[in-house]
Design a protein around this ligand. Structure first.
Ligand code: ARG
Ligand code: ZN
Length: 869
């Protein structure tokens, strides 16, 4: 590989030509596919300039301009481009390429997944199909003809509406699709194969009929019902919440087994990882059902935030992704419980995005440079991007937010725009100037907010001092304080919210009426008066600002008990558990107050069950690692295991009683009540199993055998395999025998193996890789086995370095197959800088082997380079 080149936002230039319309013909044969691509091009300026077309790994058969073959000295080709020196101001350029979908293991461009031809074009896959101006500011109207053997590929799909179909005498047939909406090439899609489908329909608010189809492998049709319900709910929700309707007469979704990511929002033809489509109670967990609902919604919502209004260039990725994640999170909150959903989203942010933002690959939600754009489909661009949108929503308030979104849709429909354009629309309806707020787009790393308060009983005043700590950027650049909304409340003795009487000049606090302080400086102080006694402080309610909030511990027990903001209750519980664990790591005993507060929640019968399960959870290892200067994984694991046991001992009787109450077959189905019962029951079983006693093992065995849902079966299996491996042997065998024919369920089996604390885990993972069910070319299997192992704190960080060496070895093997998946796995090493010298040396060894490997992709090169820098 030649030295990979860095691409900069500041070097953006509009393309010299536009491709007004694109006519594609795909001739699919068993060994290869021919792609005939006719483009109507138009030069933007008056002076002759070359036409640069992107291409990657293409066999070029022919180039014509206005239907005449051009001489070979009229164009030039290298690894990445085809340059036509002077095709003229307006012309029809035709290129014919030959591609090999069966050999495409990178899963970008046109490839074959379990016999099905499908595409993934975002961000740079289209150039692996044909030569094109493969960038989102080039929007073109696509007409696509697909021709294939009728018996192999009875189903032929592309974007837009079906215009025509027919067959040829030789057994081949064709379909002609036309998408009336101009779109960038990254939204192009094609599917051909032998698929089953389920169908339904939807009538839009304007009265248009839309045919809905979900295509799946034959036999899996009944498992697509939940996806279909989710699609219809999403369509209705976007009409009711944003006044946005669907705009074509057909909406197709196709599920494929081999897919690099979750799903893709191609216009009118979404392609999905089958994990986010297929589910029934026998094979999918509650989390899987919720995941389907949210990803189906996410891709559907992209039709307006992504497709109708797209990105000018890939630095703007968060324009569509942050906004669409915010929309899917709001949808899930409306479908389920708001607080439960908020806790899930924040957990995910802190579990995945905070470590990224604290590590060597930290970047702003709008990066300014990249080597490989695929490395920027990150938790930062997506999840932190969504938090930034959420803050705008908070600042504007519901009504102004909707007006600003309407303005955004009206103004930029049909265009490829920048985050600045989005902020312009927000500014038109914002109560505050958003100039400082815009720093959230250009700065990286998570800021902290430290709160201190003092109460003066004589005057009835509470003074709150806030200090904003803004870390330097990864490269050492100083960064500025942020503008952020901080939702707060002062709570009286029974948890009631007291009026916020801010003293002094309140002019700079236009949001105070809504219980929100606007923070803009690194140090601020606020005084609230009119208080009869000292209140409890409820800060950063709803987690409205995505910061590390360090707040006074003295209110934690009260907040845990009675805060009217569910998120703060959860936060207080987590914070109390964290300080308890930290004390244990210093050698102290478990605080009796903590156990008492825990019991208090456990015995509270008024709590929603899912919420209660969340309140009773302990901070994860990743969360605990974030507060350590030098990470000591083994100390964290030891303390966590010990606390789990102590909790079990202290609460055993109540837990067993409650477990028995919840473990009833009546709790089936997907209503919040049943999901909650399962979540809580399995949380309790988790604590009980920490004792590794016969009674708990019996309960887990019985649950495994009696379970009617995958949620219960899998939870029991995992607890047994991780806590009582001998007892787990029979259920492990049973599970394998039941499900070895079902790849999606086998991913769960592999995760159970790879995430175990048991000493033989690495050898079991190696053995599983040899199992006939495992296939290194299928990303879901790789993520479930190798990816889970890389997240297994017990074994990834093994003292002898075997975990690092194994993962490095797998990165090298995978890189030759699928660079995106290899780069994803490399992210496991992000903690490098924060480990002790012993682990660091071992990690460096492993990473240097990866770096030194010949032919390493730019995907892996960029990530490993940043970690070792
Ligand atoms: N736009 C897709 C989504 O978020 C993700 C596609 C990412 N693809 C990739 N090759 N990085 O819904
Ligand atoms: Zn998306």
């Amino acid at each position: 590989m030649s030295q990979p080149k860095t691409i900069y936002l500041k070097e953006y230039e509009a393309p010299a030509y536009h491709i007004l319309s694109t006519e594609l013909t795909f001739e699919i044969f068993e060994e290869h596919t021919l792609v005939i691509n006719r483009m109507a091009i138009k030069r933007r300026g008056d002076v002759p300039v070359p036409l640069l077309l992107d291409g990657d790994d293409l066999e070029l058969l022919c180039v014509k301009v206005d239907d005449v073959k051009i001489p070979t000295d009229a164009y030039e080709r290298n690894e990445e481009t085809l340059t036509l020196f002077d095709p003229g101001a307006e012309a029809t350029v035709q290129v014919v390429t030959k591609i090999y979908p069966d050999k495409n293991t990178a899963l970008e461009g046109l490839y074959r997944s379990g016999g099905i031809y499908c595409t993934q074009c975002e961000p740079h896959g289209f150039r692996r199909i044909t030569y094109f101006i493969d960038r989102p500011d080039n929007m073109s109207v696509f007409t696509v003809k697909v021709i294939a053997e009728q018996s192999v590929c009875p189903v032929l799909l592309s974007n837009g509406n079906l215009e025509e179909e027919g067959s040829f005498p030789d057994g081949r047939h064709y379909a002609l699709w036309k998408d009336p909406f101009p779109k960038p090439s990254y939204l192009f899609a094609l599917v051909a194969g032998d698929l089953g489908r389920i169908s339904d329909n939807f009538t839009t608010a304007e009265g248009n009929e839309v045919a809905l189809h979900i295509y799946v492998d034959k036999g899996n049709e009944p498992r697509a019902d939940h996806a279909m319900r989710s699609l219809k709910a999403s369509m209705r929700w976007d009409e009711e919440t944003y006044g946005r309707s669907y705009d074509l007469s057909v909406y197709n979704i196709v599920a494929v087994d081999s897919f690099n990511m979750g799903a893709m929002e191609n216009k009118g033809l979404n392609i999905f990882n089958s994990h986010y489509v297929l589910a029934d109670e026998e094979t999918a967990t509650d989390a899987d059902f919720l995941g389907i609902e949210s990803v189906i919604a996410h891709e559907y919502f992209h039709n307006w935030t992504g497709n109708r209004i797209t990105c000018r260039d890939w630095f703007q990725l968060t324009l569509k992704e942050g906004l669409t994640v915010f929309r899917d999170q709001s949808f899930s909150a409306d479908m389920q419980s708001e607080v439960v959903q908020r806790i899930r989203d924040v957990d995910m942010l802190r579990e995945r995005q905070f470590p990224e933002d604290a590590g060597p690959t930290a970047h702003p939600i709008k990066p300014e440079q990249y080597i490989e754009i695929n490395n920027f489909y990150t938790a930062t661009v997506y999840e932190k991007g969504s938090e930034v949108i959420r803050m705008l929503h908070t600042i504007l308030g519901e009504k102004a937010w909707r007006a600003a979104m309407d303005l955004y849709f009206e103004t930029f429909d049909g265009q490829a725009v920048r985050t600045e354009d989005f902020l312009w629309a927000m500014q038109q309806h914002s109560p505050i100037d958003l100039a400082q707020f815009a720093l959230w787009y250009s700065q990286e790393r998570t800021p902290s907010l430290c709160a201190e308060h003092s109460y003066d009983p004589a005057s009835g005043r509470l003074t709150l001092k806030l200090e904003q700590i803004v870390p330097d950027a990864v490269d050492g650049r100083k960064q500025q304080p942020y503008c952020m909304p901080l939702r707060l409340a002062l709570l009286g003795h029974a948890g009631e919210e007291l009026p916020l009487q801010l003293e002094g000049d309140t002019g700079a606090q236009p949001l105070l009426e809504r219980g929100i302080l606007l923070i803009t400086r690194d140090e601020e102080s606020f005084t609230f008066g009119g208080l009869a006694s000292e209140p409890a402080l409820s800060l950063n309610r709803h987690f409205g600002a995505p910061v590390v909030m360090e707040y006074p511990q003295e209110d934690v027990m009260n907040l845990m008990r009675f805060d009217s903001d569910g998120f703060v209750r959860y936060e207080a519980a987590q914070s109390f558990a964290r300080s308890t664990l930290e004390a244990m790591m210093r050698g102290e005993a478990v605080s009796p107050q903590f156990l008492e507060s825990f019991k208090h929640i456990l015995e509270d019968e008024s709590l929603d069950l899912q919420f209660k399960a969340q309140l009773l959870s302990l901070p994860t290892v990743t969360m605990l690692m974030q507060t350590q200067q030098t990470v000591d994984v083994h100390a964290i694991l030891e303390a966590s295991d010990a606390l789990r046991r102590e909790i079990a001992v202290a609460c055993e009787a109540t837990m067993r009683h409650l477990y028995a109450l919840l473990h009833r077959p009546a709790h089936m189905g997907l209503e919040a009540e049943s999901i909650g019962a399962r979540a809580l029951k399995n949380r309790l079983l988790g604590y009980l199993m920490a004792q590794q006693d016969a009674e708990s093992i019996d309960s887990a065995m019985a649950q495994y055998e009696e379970s009617h849902t995958m949620t219960d079966r899998l939870a029991a299996l995992q607890l047994l395999h991780h806590g009582a491996p001998e007892a787990a042997e029979a259920p492990m065998r049973d599970f394998y025998e039941r499900y070895s024919g079902d790849m999606l369920v086998m991913t769960k089996y592999f995760s159970v193996i790879a995430s175990s604390p048991q000493p033989d885990t690495l050898s079991r993972v190696r053995a599983a890789m040899e199992d006939e069910v495992f296939n290194i070319k299928v990303p879901n299997l790789v993520r479930s086995l190798i990816g889970s192992f890389a997240r297994n704190p017990y074994h990834f960080h093994a003292y002898d370095g075997s975990g690092y060496a194994f993962v490095a070895e797998q990165i090298i093997a995978l890189d030759a197959i699928n660079p995106m998946i290899a780069a994803g796995l490399s992210g496991a090493f992000k903690t490098y800088n924060r480990l002790n010298a012993h682990s660091r040396a071992q990690m460096r060894d492993a990473l240097e082997k990866v770096q030194a490997h010949r032919g390493i992709s730019k995907n892996v090169y960029e990530i490993v380079g940043k970690i070792l820098a």
